[in-house]
Design a protein around this ligand. Structure first.
Ligand code: FMN
Length: 188
């Protein structure tokens, strides 16, 4: 593996007690040797996409900041809940803004998807909608192994804000190891 492989996380939930945020918080500690994982700025302050804002005022600073960090990263992990069987609006909105940038930051970028929900299938339906969106952005989304964190509320410690369930930790760390190899393959 390259000396330092920089991976950034994009979070689809704004909730203070977000279980997906707990998954994101856990990744830096279980990443394989040589991989650093850090959080991108929140999508909270991104306005709803409006082509008039884009033309008259340019891209919001919140979008530019995320884009710049994605460009500097070797890979992106999108960590999100499922809303109404699909991608949360806030996350879709962030992707819509990013997609209009002249140097579109997700084009050719290795991307890993992690969904978690309180339901049994862990946001599987969102995951396939997100994959479809990322086709148009020409992102290089890793196929397998997938991570769908079902009944995630039973697998975290809200006190520490991290995942504690061992099989979930094993699954996540195995997926990150596969992602590091995938990043190397995409770069080669
Ligand atoms: N959970 C699902 O498994 N499938 C859904 O389609 C789904 N739709 C939701 C829609 C809305 C608007 C909200 C607020 C929640 C929905 N949920 C659904 C429940 C979320 O998975 C659950 O609230 C989860 O904890 C949200 O992730 P977070 O903890 O990271 O904020």
């Amino acid at each position: 593996m390259a000396e330092s492989m920089k991976v950034v996380t994009l979070l689809g939930s704004l909730r203070k007690g977000s279980f997906n945020a707990m998954v994101a918080n856990t990744l830096p500690k279980i990443a394989p040797e040589g991989m650093t994982v850090s959080a991108l700025p929140s999508i909270r302050d991104i306005p709803i996409y409006d082509a008039d804002i884009q033309q008259e005022e340019g891209f919001p600073a919140s979008v530019e900041a995320i884009a710049e960090q994605i460009r500097a990263a070797d890979g992106v992990v999108i960590i999100t809940p499922e809303y109404n069987y699909s991608v949360p609006g806030g996350l879709k909105n962030a992707i819509d803004w990013l997609s209009r940038l002249p140097e579109q930051p997700l084009a050719g970028k290795p991307v890993l998807i992690q969904t978690s929900s309180m339901g049994a299938i862990g946001g599987a339906r969102c995951q396939y909608h997100l994959r479809q969106i990322l086709v148009f952005l020409d992102a290089m989304v890793m196929n397998k192994p997938e991570f769908m964190g079902g009944v995630i509320q039973n697998k975290v410690d809200p006190q520490t804000g991290e995942v504690v369930d061992q099989s979930t930790l094993d699954h996540l760390s195995g997926q990150l190891t596969a992602f590091s190899k995938y990043i190397q393959r995409v770069k080669a």
